[in-house]
Design a protein around this ligand. Structure first.
Ligand SMILES: Nc1ncnc2c1ncn2[C@@H]1O[C@H](COP(=O)(O)OP(=O)(O)O)[C@@H](O)[C@H]1O
Ligand SMILES: [Mg+2]
Length: 440
């Protein structure tokens, strides 16, 4: 057993090193023969609290502090990072020859994940990536692989949620001929295939408890055993796992091994949902619009103002994957210009003319449906609102998105125009882009 060795005074602060020392302390305590049980329990509790506190440190504190504490400066690890703009941070990554693998965006949370990936990539430490479906977990795993020393070696992806429980272990670790019905030959598993490279364990929260025990063994001893075999095989595989579940909670509830969670999450990256980075939707729409045009060998798609507005305000439960798929769909189905009709039926707003925007208290807008108006006055107001919206959109198109020009042309008060635009959720700058694009 390794013995707990308090921090050597000269070492730099390393998050992984700290976690490892806490783990060693915990196991030393657990198996101590000289202490009484209540004392062990008390110390274990303290060690667990300490570990949780370290795990709870923000990514920035962990990594910026670790990076700035070079050797002798251990006493001042919490140096404030120099404030850099998103653009500068991305630029700095590029100057360090970071490989983005197509990861796009300047959102601070995303950049932070990329910066962590950059530091983690050259190590063999396990990485746990969490985030909703479609937030780019697999892409991030590839980024980590591409920026490390294993880049020329295999990257093997396994979706633990897509393989039946009964076959999962054999899929991961291989099996011996005759190990179970249907095992007609010896077969190697994904870990062996990923030897010297990286294995990406997607939906790790779906791994059954028996598989979790075996995975822990790989992390601890770098060894596997094929199902039905006694032979121990050494594997040198870097593990990157992903989940859209809360593994910490699962480990508290007993459905995911706590020790495995801590082993896997030495480096923990959380990817933001698209709705937390709404500011980037216009860029992503343009980016995937261009990408789709390139792939489909067509001219870049134009969007009607109301479709653009829809795309900018939609919730995207499927995150970037959904946005990307939408842009491909629109590029495939629409001619020159896409509109609501090209959206999938289930997310398509009601047809124009049946729907209008009605102002409600607080300056917010809600949708009143002409077809469901319960009184003549409501129907009239809905129709009038729709006319108002169409008028504003056409006007903005004509003046290239300049509100002052629109007010002048139609002899309206500028602040009144602005109020109406706000009421309808119309953004004048969307019309500016349109005109520029058309002028090209
Ligand atoms: N930041 C990003 N920039 C560009 N494309 C992205 C980004 N994040 C995700 N994608 C794209 O979205 C899709 C879904 O990403 P993926 O990594 O499979 O998500 P997840 O594994 O979280 O479900 C892929 O086509 C991926 O290339
Ligand atoms: Mg995925």
């Amino acid at each position: 057993m390794k013995l707990y060795n308090p921090t050597p005074a000269t070492s730099a602060v390393s998050f992984a090193g700290l976690i490892e020392r806490i783990e060693i302390l915990r196991s030393t305590l657990r198996w101590s023969s000289r202490l009484e049980r209540p004392e062990i329990e008390k110390l274990l509790k303290q060690a667990t609290t300490l570990r949780d506190e370290v795990m709870g440190l923000s990514h920035k504190e962990r990594f910026v502090a670790a990076a700035s504490a070079t050797g002798e400066e251990v006493e001042a690890p919490m140096v404030e990072p120099v404030e850099m703009s998103a653009r500068e941070r991305r630029q700095a990554l590029m100057e360090r020859s970071f490989i983005f693998e197509g990861t796009f965006g300047d959102n601070p949370k995303l950049l932070e994940s990329l910066e962590i990936a950059e530091k983690a990539a050259p190590t063999d430490l396990p990485v746990l990536i969490d985030g909703e479906s479609g937030t780019g977990k697999e892409l991030m795993a590839k980024v980590i692989h591409a920026n490390g020393a294993r880049t020329d070696k295999p990257f093997i992806s396994v979706n633990c949620g897509a393989i039946p429980d009964s076959l999962l272990e054999s899929e991961l670790f291989g099996h011996k001929k005759g190990a179970f019905t249907g095992a007609s030959n010896d077969r190697r598993g994904k870990f062996e295939s990923a030897h010297t490279g990286t294995i990406f364990l997607d939906e790790i929260g779906e791994l059954p408890l028996t598989g979790q025990v075996k995975l822990l063994r790989v992390l601890e001893a770098h060894e596997i055993q094929r199902v039905g075999s006694d032979e121990v095989i050494s594997v040198d595989t870097r593990i990157v796992a992903a989940t859209n579940k809360d593994l910490r909670r699962m480990s508290q509830e007993g459905t995911f091994r706590e020790d495995l969670f801590y082993r896997l999450s030495v480096i923990h990256v959380t990817l933001p949902a698209l709705r937390e980075r709404r500011d980037e939707i216009p860029l992503l729409v343009a980016y995937f619009g261009d990408e789709a045009a390139g792939q489909l060998k067509r001219r870049p798609l134009k969007l009607t103002p109301r479709l653009r507005d829809f795309l900018l305000h939609y919730e995207y439960p499927g995150n970037i994957r959904e946005l990307r798929n939408l842009m491909y769909r629109l590029s495939c189905l629409a001619g020159d210009t896409a509109d609501f009709a090209h959206l999938p039926q289930d997310i398509r707003p009601k047809p124009a003319g049946l729907q209008a925007v009605a102002a409600v208290a607080g300056g917010k807008a809600t949708v009143t449906d002409l077809s469901t108006a319960t009184s003549l006055s409501e129907a009239k107001r809905a129709a009038s609102d729709e006319a108002e919206r169409a008028f504003l959109e056409r006007g903005l198109q004509e003046v290239g998105g300049t509100v002052a020009e629109l007010a002048r042309r139609f002899d309206m008060n500028r602040s009144h125009v602005q109020m109406l635009l706000k009421k309808h959720g119309i953004h004048s700058k969307d019309f500016r882009n349109n005109r520029q694009a058309e002028g090209k």
